[in-house]
Design a protein around this ligand. Structure first.
Ligand code: FES
Length: 378
């Protein structure tokens, strides 16, 4: 921890509480740390409440409960109640597994504002295959409960090569469920998604077809369903403004109390991320080396340093820059101005030639405790 580095940092607006890395699903694109099984420590109820109180004092207004599967924590209701009491807008990010009528009724009573339910696909076969569970029917029941308890229905479906061609059916499913907001989130290639990229990255044609389908639905259904569809950044010429800038608005706390400027940050080597059991959130946010490392633009190299767009995209994503170039201070190679842009272009080209042989040699790796220990344990 360094002293007095950045007392003028703007407040965090969004606290993400990754309550547990335990999860009943085994999604192939999970963004939890690859070695999550090695670290099964979890903050206690009292410690989470303390984190929520400190973050609220710092200025955080939105609180997300995620995981793993946050419903695996028996104290979720207690945390929801405290979040509501503190004045947060609270959001439960869930696979739906464990969301019984008793629990949703209780959380509604305690002031939970928002539930985001994930599906893996519109078909039972693909949903159950990609999560390696039999959860499709259960998710349908949970979707009905969410409506019954008068929540705005927010559905999240992660998109990739295996379901992009189902986008029309996914939208039809959302319409049939009376969803208000459909988030078609293209896979982010971090964590398990990066390991499985050869299986998941779609072709450019798939992306273009899916986008056309989405636009067609948007023009026909109007405001009945709001659809968010973001083109996967590998297919773009400019990077995404990841986290709206490092240490700018987003404060994640991992299950074990590790404080993170983004949920994938543990993939960056050589950074000591502080733990909320040892330091106050104010100290971490304002003074820690980890949160100050890529804050602002002093850390930037060319072409970002003198780029007129740096205030808009902040040089893109640090985790992606590291994953694809080996140096997190490089421009995100998604950017066509990056000296490493060819790396991304080649990866996309491989997807276009459908490198089935590579995929056959490297089977899809499902997130599981055994795979986490076997392939990523120390
Ligand atoms: Fe870590 Fe983008 S995911 S900075």
């Amino acid at each position: 921890m360094s002293a007095g580095l950045n007392c003028n940092a703007s407040p965090p607006l969004w606290l993400l509480a990754e309550l547990t890395y335990r999860c009943p699903l085994h999604c192939v694109f999970c963004y939890n740390p690859l070695n999550y099984a090695e670290n099964n420590k979890e903050l206690t109820t009292a410690q989470w409440i303390d984190v929520m109180q400190q973050a609220r004092k710092l200025g955080a207004a939105q609180l997300g409960f995620s995981g793993g599967e946050p419903l695996l924590r028996d104290d979720l209701e207690e945390l929801v109640a405290e979040g509501h009491r503190l004045g947060y807008y609270t959001n439960l990010i869930t696979s739906g597994v464990g969301l019984t009528e008793t629990r949703i009724a209780r959380m509604k009573q305690l002031g939970l504002d928002h539930i985001q339910l994930s599906f893996q696909d519109s078909t039972k076969e693909m949903n159950d295959f990609l999560s390696s569970t039999k959860t499709f029917d259960l998710k349908l029941r949970v979707a009905r409960l969410i409506k019954q308890y008068d929540y705005p229905m927010v559905l999240n479906v992660v998109l990739h090569r295996h379901n992009l061609d189902h986008v029309d059916r996914i939208i039809e499913m959302a319409l049939a469920m009376d969803v208000e907001y459909l988030e078609l989130a293209n896979t982010q290639y971090y964590g398990w998604g990066l390991v499985n990229r050869v299986h998941l990255l779609p072709t450019r044609e798939q992306v273009e077809r899916a986008e056309a389908v989405v636009n067609d639905y948007r023009s026909r259904i109007g405001k009945r369903l709001k659809i968010l569809f973001v083109v996967p950044d590998y297919f773009e010429e400019r990077p995404k403004a990841c986290m709206n800038g490092w240490g700018s608005v987003f404060f994640a706390v991992g299950a074990d109390g590790t404080a993170l400027p983004c949920h994938a940050a543990r993939s960056l080597p050589g950074i000591e991320f502080p733990n909320v059991t040892q330091y106050s959130l104010r100290d971490i946010w304002q003074h820690s080396d980890a949160f100050n490392l890529y804050r602002g633009d002093d850390w930037m190299q060319e072409p970002c340093r003198t780029c007129p767009e740096k205030k808009k995209d902040f040089g893109g994503c640090r985790c992606q820059a590291f994953a694809l170039t080996g140096d997190a201070t490089n421009a995100d190679p998604v950017c066509s101005k990056s000296a490493h842009h060819e790396v991304v272009k080649n990866i996309v080209l491989h997807a276009n030639t459908n490198n089935a042989s590579v995929a056959a040699e490297q089977p899809l790796l499902f997130r599981s405790d055994a795979n986490s220990r076997r392939f990523f344990g120390s």
